[in-house]
Design a protein around this ligand. Structure first.
Ligand code: BES
Ligand code: MN
Ligand code: ZN
Length: 495
C-alpha cells in the first residue's frame, strides 16, 4: 500500500473512492459543502432522510456519484466535532476495515481537518496509515482456498492546505512502518506451535537482519547458554526435543557511543505448563506465549523500515515448555546466570525463568534502559482485561515515558506497584527464591521475581497476557505492544 498527501480539489479527484467525514456540525466543513453542491444537494437530502448519520460507526457508500470525478463516495459519520484519541482510532479502524474490503485500488481520504483533543493532523495521518495497513492483514497460509487480499494499493490523504505536506507524507510512511511491524508480530503469533518453534523465530530474526546493514543477529545455542550458566532458561527446555535459542538483535541506527535501549522478549512457542500441566480448555492459545518475542521482532521491523536514529538491542529467549521424563520437576532447584538459585515450585511459571537469564545477559550492553515484554501471568488478564497491558518498573521516569507512548499510540498500559512487601512472597525454604509467590497479586510477584535480576538498570516489565491476542470467535494475535514500543523509541530518538 502506497501513501501520499496532497492539497487538491476534491470534486476533480479521480479516485476509486473519495472519503469525506460527516461531523456533528457537518455544515461547517467546506469540503462537505462543496461536495453537497456538486452533487445537487445529495448529502443534505441523505442527512434529512436519515440515511446517513454523523455518529461514529455509520457510513454510506454511494456508487457513481454525479458531479464528482470519483467512482465512489464514502460518507463517514465522525461523531463529535472534537474527538479523543480512542474515538478517533475507532473511527479510523472502522474506515480501514471498510476500505480494505471494497473492490477498489485507490482511495482519497479527506478527514484530516477533524479535531482530536491534544493531537494534531500529523498524528491523525500516522494513525490512519497504521490502521489501513493493519486492516489489510490476512492470515491464511493454511486455508486451502485462499481468501483474497485487499486490492487497495494507493491511498491519498487530501488536506485543506499545501502547508506541511512533506511532514504528512513522512508520517504516513512511519505509520505504515509501524503497521508492518504490528502485522509481522501478528503473523508470528498466529502461526501454530508446530511451525513457529524457537528455531523458526531464530530464522525469522536472521531474515530480518539481512534486510538492513545496521541490523545484525546472532543466535546462541543451548551449548553456549550452558557455558554462560543460564541454568534457569535451560531448565524450561529440559522436557522438549525442540532446541532452545537465545536470539540477539543489534540495531545501531544511532551514534556509535550511545548506550542502547534493550528489549527482552518472552518467546515460549508453546506453553503446556510442563509437569505442572495446564488444564485442557483453550490450551491451543498457549501458542501465543511467544507474543513478547514477536513484538520485539515486529519493533525491529519498524526500526529498520523507518530507519530510526537510535541504538536498540533485542534479546529473545525462545523455548518450548513441555512435560516429559526429562522435564524439570516441581521442587527442582536451578542456578541462574546471575548466580542466584531458584526453587521451581511450579513449572508453569516458566516465563520468568527464561527471562531472568536474558535480563542478566543484557547487562553486557550497559543498557540505557531495559524493557521486557511477556505474556507472563493469567492474573494480569484478570486485573486489566484486554484493554491495557500491565507495566511494572523500578524507575518512575521510564514508566511515565512508556505511559505517554501508550496514550499517544492508543496501545495503553497501566502501572502496578513493585513494593518490597510483595517481593517477600517469593521466599523459598531451600533456595534464594521460589519461582512463584502464591495466588495473591500474581502479576506483581512475577515482576518482583524479574526485579531481582534488574537491580542495576532502569527497567520496565510489560505484562501483555491480556493484550497480545484476542480469544473466541475473533481469535488472533493483535501485534500489541508494537505500537507502544515504536512510539516510545520514536520519542527516544527525538522524533
Ligand atoms: N503463559 C502463561 C501466562 C498466561 C496465562 C498468559 C493465560 C495468557 C493467558 C504463564 O507462563 C503462566 O502459566 N503463568 C502462570 C503463573 C502461575 C503458575 C504462578 C499463571 O498465570 O497461571
Ligand atoms: Mn506457563
Ligand atoms: Zn507461559
Amino acid at each position: 500500500m502506497e501513501f501520499t498527501a496532497i492539497a487538491c480539489n476534491l470534486l476533480a479527484q479521480k479516485t476509486d473512492c473519495l472519503v469525506i467525514a460527516l461531523e456533528q456540525d457537518g455544515v461547517d466543513n467546506p469540503a462537505l459543502q462543496s461536495i453537497d453542491r456538486a452533487t445537487g444537494g445529495l448529502v443534505s437530502r441523505l442527512r434529512a432522510s436519515g440515511d446517513i448519520k454523523n455518529t461514529v460507526g455509520s457510513s454510506l457508500l454511494i456508487n457513481e456519484p454525479t458531479g464528482l470525478a470519483a467512482k465512489r463516495l464514502l460518507i463517514l459519520g465522525s461523531g463529535e466535532k472534537t474527538a479523543n484519541e480512542q474515538s478517533f482510532l475507532a473511527l479510523t479502524t472502522g474506515l480501514a476495515n471498510k476500505l480494505t474490503k471494497l473492490p477498489i485500488q485507490s482511495a482519497c481520504i479527506s478527514i484530516n481537518h477533524l479535531q482530536v483533543e491534544h493531537r494534531d493532523n500529523v498524528w491523525q495521518a500516522q494513525q490512519l496509515a497504521r490502521k489501513l495497513v493493519e486492516a489489510s492483514y490476512l492470515f491464511n497460509p493454511f486455508k486451502s482456498k485462499e481468501k483474497k487480499i485487499t486490492s487497495l494499493k494507493k491511498v491519498t490523504l487530501a488536506t485543506p492546505s499545501r502547508k506541511g505536506l512533506n511532514v504528512l507524507k513522512n508520517t504516513l510512511n512511519t505509520g505504515k512502518a509501524i503497521a508492518n511491524g504490528v502485522n509481522l508480530a501478528r503473523e508470528l503469533g498466529d502461526l501454530p506451535g508446530n511451525i513457529c518453534t524457537p528455531s523458526y523465530l531464530a530464522s525469522q530474526a536472521k531474515k530480518l537482519a539481512k534486510k538492513h546493514v545496521k541490523l545484525s543477529c546472532k543466535v546462541l545455542s543451548e551449548k553456549q547458554m550452558k557455558t554462560l550458566g543460564m541454568g534457569a532458561l535451560l531448565s524450561v527446555t529440559a522436557g522438549t526435543i525442540e532446541p532452545a535459542k537465545m536470539i540477539v538483535l543489534e540495531y545501531m541506527g544511532g551514534k556509535s557511543g550511545d548506550k542502547p535501549i534493550v528489549l527482552v522478549g518472552k518467546g515460549v512457542t508453546f506453553d503446556s505448563g510442563g509437569i505442572s500441566l495446564k488444564p485442557g480448555g483453550a490450551m491451543d492459545e498457549m501458542k501465543y506465549d511467544m507474543c513478547g518475542a514477536a513484538s520485539v521482532l515486529g519493533t525491529f521491523s519498524t526500526l529498520i523500515e523507518a530507519g530510526l536514529p537510535i541504538n536498540v538491542v533485542g534479546i529473545i529467549s525462545a523455548v518450548e515448555n513441555m512435560p516429559s521424563g526429562t522435564a524439570t520437576k516441581p521442587g527442582d532447584i536451578v542456578k541462574s546466570m546471575s548466580g542466584q538459585t531458584i526453587e521451581v515450585l511450579n513449572t508453569d511459571a516458566e516465563g520468568r525463568l527464561i527471562l531472568c537469564d536474558a535480563l542478566t545477559y543484557a547487562g553486557r550492553y550497559k543498557p540505557k534502559s531495559i524493557i521486557d515484554i511477556a505474556t507472563l501471568t493469567g492474573a494480569c488478564v484478570m486485573a486489566l482485561g484486554s484493554h491495557a497491558s500491565g507495566i511494572l518498573s523500578n524507575n518512575d521516569a521510564l514508566a511515565a515515558q512508556l505511559e505517554t507512548a501508550g496514550q499517544t499510540s492508543g496501545d495503553r498500559i497501566w502501572r502496578l506497584p513493585l513494593w518490597n512487601e510483595y517481593d517477600k512472597q517469593l521466599k523459598s525454604n531451600f533456595a534464594d527464591m521460589a519461582n512463584i509467590g502464591g495466588r495473591p497479586a500474581g502479576t506483581i510477584t512475577a515482576a518482583c521475581f524479574l526485579g531481582r535480576f534488574t537491580k542495576d538498570y532502569k527497567w520496565a516489565h510489560l505484562d501483555i497476557a491480556g493484550t497480545a491476542w484476542n480469544s473466541g470467535g475473533n481469535k488472533g494475535a493483535t501485534g500489541r505492544p508494537v505500537p507502544l514500543l515504536t512510539q516510545y523509541l520514536l520519542e527516544q530518538a527525538g522524533l
